[in-house]
Design a protein around this ligand. Structure first.
Ligand code: PLP
Length: 393
């Protein structure tokens, strides 16, 4: 016998993976240049040269720093450099001991949900949302409540949120810049959210933590502000990753930041460490703790994402697609041209356009395009998007 739920999770492929596999099969049939795969959020720009140079230098000169265990919560020097980087950018006074280094944002989120969850607890996410939240929250023994999307600009439907928060709400998850919409929450949205959470924390007599999932923090386009959320809402815990900002998804490096200002900070940090231990996540990869901490003020060349974004938004709008302008990340979340986004994605496949249905992100009637691809592929795909739109006329 094995766990029924784990068996389900291990055998049911995600819609994204399913499409990716389909794309590979189709490319073998008709040729790679004829398939337009917008399914996966795999960064298309290389990591900065400094990343590879740091890795090579450490391998050559400091072998004692790698291939070895570090402290369970991450190497002290690396954590201090993460703190220094944020302090330099945001004027904060974080210390090494506020950081728990993890295997990417996925592990950071799992550690936080496990750390915070007591029997009966609930977390809230806003659609459209990263579907793994369901798996992570449920895995920690809590319940995920989803707030339907605010359709104008994918900000927050505060009325719906206010109704859903209850005495069991332990935390609210935000992800800005957002996967899958690319939207960045405005300062006004975040201030309203902070005010509501403060009011509800008082009403229910316990803190409602804001879990800020920030793997796209640095991938933001001209003129758009990504506010430092812990400054706006005191009880914020940050989950970060270098997967996207440094184009290092395979190296699995991120962290949890538990600022000292949050309620019960020491208890929360200790519980995060306990969750890391219980999940077997201690000691993120040593080499990349060093590399990312030496390169954490750098960002991969995101100008290509901005160019791809602008190209797609203007061309798709001209064809009649409804698209909310993203402020960052590398996703676009247009409305599907029929209410049934699954049927729309099936029809898109007839044009060899691989798009992900919005239903899995909690926003039916939409599709996700990951435009972290070669610009030249987007240019070749545009006539296909036009033909797809024409097929509905
Ligand atoms: N959160 C969001 C919103 C994501 O899009 C992703 C990955 O795509 C993750 C978390 C997980 O990131 P990591 O690769 O660092 O585990």
């Amino acid at each position: 016998m094995v766990s029924k739920r784990m068996l389900e999770l291990g055998t049911a492929r995600s819609a994204i993976r399913e499409l990716f596999e389909y794309g590979k099969k189709r490319a073998a049939e008709v040729g790679e240049e004829r398939v337009f795969d917008f399914s996966l959020g795999n960064p298309s720009v290389p990591a900065p040269d400094a990343v590879n140079e740091a890795a090579i230098r450490i391998l050559r000169e400091q072998p004692e720093l790698i291939h070895c265990y570090t402290s369970a919560q991450g190497d002290l020097g690396a954590r201090q450099r993460f703190a220094d980087s944020l302090n330099g950018r945001y004027g904060t006074v974080y210390k090494a001991d506020d950081f728990y280094v993890t295997v990417g944002a996925a592990a950071a989120l799992c550690c936080v949900f496990h750390a915070l969850t007591c029997p009966g607890d609930e977390f809230i996410a806003f659609a459209p949302y990263f579907p793994e939240y369901e798996v992570f929250v449920e895995g920690a023994g809590a319940k995920l409540t989803v707030i339907p999307p605010e359709m104008e600009g994918f900000q927050i439907d505060f009325e719906a949120l206010s109704e859903k928060i209850n005495v069991h709400t332990k935390g609210v998850i935000v992800n800005s810049p957002n996967n899958p919409s690319g939207v960045v929450y405005s300062r006004e949205t975040l201030e309203r959210l902070a005010a509501l959470l403060e009011e509800k924390s008082v009403q229910y007599g316990h803190p409602i933590y804001l879990i800020s999932d920030e793997p796209y923090r640095e991938i933001v386009f001209a003129g758009v502000e990504v506010a430092w959320i812990p400054r706006i809402y005191r009880d914020t815990i940050v989950c970060y990753s270098f997967s996207k900002s440094l184009s290092l998804p395979g190296e699995r490096l991120g962290y949890v930041l538990v600022p000292k200002e949050i309620t019960d900070a020491d208890l929360v940090y200790a519980a995060v460490a306990g969750a890391g231990r219980s999940l077997g996540y201690v000691n993120a990869p040593s080499l990349f703790q060093q590399v990312t901490s030496l390169c954490c003020d750098l960002t991969a060349d995101i100008s290509i994402y901005e160019h791809n974004c602008n190209l797609l938004v203007s061309e798709l709008r001209a064809m009649g697609y409804h698209v909310v302008q993203p402020g960052g990340a590398f996703y676009l979340f247009p409305r599907s041209l029929e209410a049934d986004d699954m049927a729309f994605c099936e029809r898109a496949k007839q044009f060899d356009l691989l798009l992900v249905p919005g239903t899995g992100f909690g926003a039916p009637g939409h599709v996700r395009l990951a435009y972290c691809v070669q610009t030249e592929m987007i240019e070749r795909a545009l006539p296909k998007f036009k033909a797809l739109a024409d097929s509905y006329r």
